[in-house]
Ligand binder design. Sequence first.
Ligand code: ZN
Length: 456
Amino acid sequence: VVNENLLYLTNSEIREIQNDRLRKQISLLAEASPYYEKLFKENNIDVSKIKTVDDLVNIPVTTKKDYLRDPESFKLVHKNPNVFDTVWQVMYSAGTTTGKPAPFYWTTYDYYSSLQQMKKSAEIDGITSKDLVINLYPLTSVPHAGYHRALDICAVVGAPVVSALTGARYPEFPVHNSTDHAVAMIEKYRATVLMGIPSFIRRLLLMALNEKRDYSSVRMVRVTGESCHKGVRDNIHELLEKLGAENTFIASSFSSTETSGALGTECKELGGMHCVSPDFYYVEILDDVTYERLPPGEVGLLCFTHLNRRGTALLRFVLGDMVSITYEPCPHCGRNGMRLIGQPFRTSEIVKIKGTLINPDTLKTVLTSITGIDEYKIIFTKENLQDPFSIDKLKLQVSAKEGFNTTLLAQEVIAKVRNAVEVTPEVEFLTSTEIYDPRKSLKATRIVDERPRWDE
Ligand SMILES: [Zn+2]
């Protein structure tokens, strides 16, 4: 039974639908997914015993590494395929570690389902046929989801859409437009909705401001692809106001190539992202070290399971994002089900400090490898936090294990960190409890970026 208003059911009713979907999907994976068939066998998993989403914890997680090793093994090979199992399109993840984009297959079935999911998310964020949308996702050399889904959501709600077609030019087929063209387009078409990546939209707004454009028609900015925290939102609102657009709504939705659809959509800014299609996704939050499932409210790794998918299908797939979830009814719209709280942030997000790009995961690896260290915290800060132009600083708070000489330990930390990331850290010794007090917080915070975000 297809229920158009799943989010108005009770949480236990939603859970029943998820459990039912899961049982069907798991038995499909057992016979049609080369990767999971092998995984179940190797781990002696009896799929008939996976009856509810709570039983998922008995199945190992799938990481990006697992996926990248052999993307084709995640594409279902149906025993008795029907016409809806035809490959409709292939989306690619953005640059991977190997530099080779990985394919994600969408069947006709998956495509139809995503259209229906987008219809539901439009009900939440409010795009209608009365809007005029500018699609500001770039036209890329490999198909990325943003561009296509922007067109699809407009198709499914019946909204007219104009694509800006920005992106790297291809000399033989000069179809791309300049960003100047995109800036002019918004005014020319009297756009009501802008869709795109937050940092790109912000850049366009800055350009528009220089040209004194009239963007008074804009009522909404719908973003995905990047975390859209309060700082960026305030900035976008401010720019839009200067361009004549007042009381704008910035709707951030969370999706990735791997999810193949939106995991979350906002009904109100920073009000939490509703999992629009709980019959398609089950979301878990996991400890970033042990992969143990964490209760609602705790921040951890976002992990999802496809509950109804026939192209590329993933089970307990760990995205590189940290977030927490809640099952409380939404205080803004009253819908039930799961919401993502706060903006997911990348654990492996590359940090630029003193002009050098560093991966916090590299730092974590170095620090955990030093035997004299008990607890640690990595802080990206500035010489003077009040002055956005002052020099970046890498500060490491560490606690020494008993019997270790702190002077020697500091020398070791400085040498190893400098060697790994080419930045000399400042080392501060604290007690373990000062760095992480398990009585006060359930999890240690390893990385803190104190620097103001919009200092360019
Ligand atoms: Zn809501």
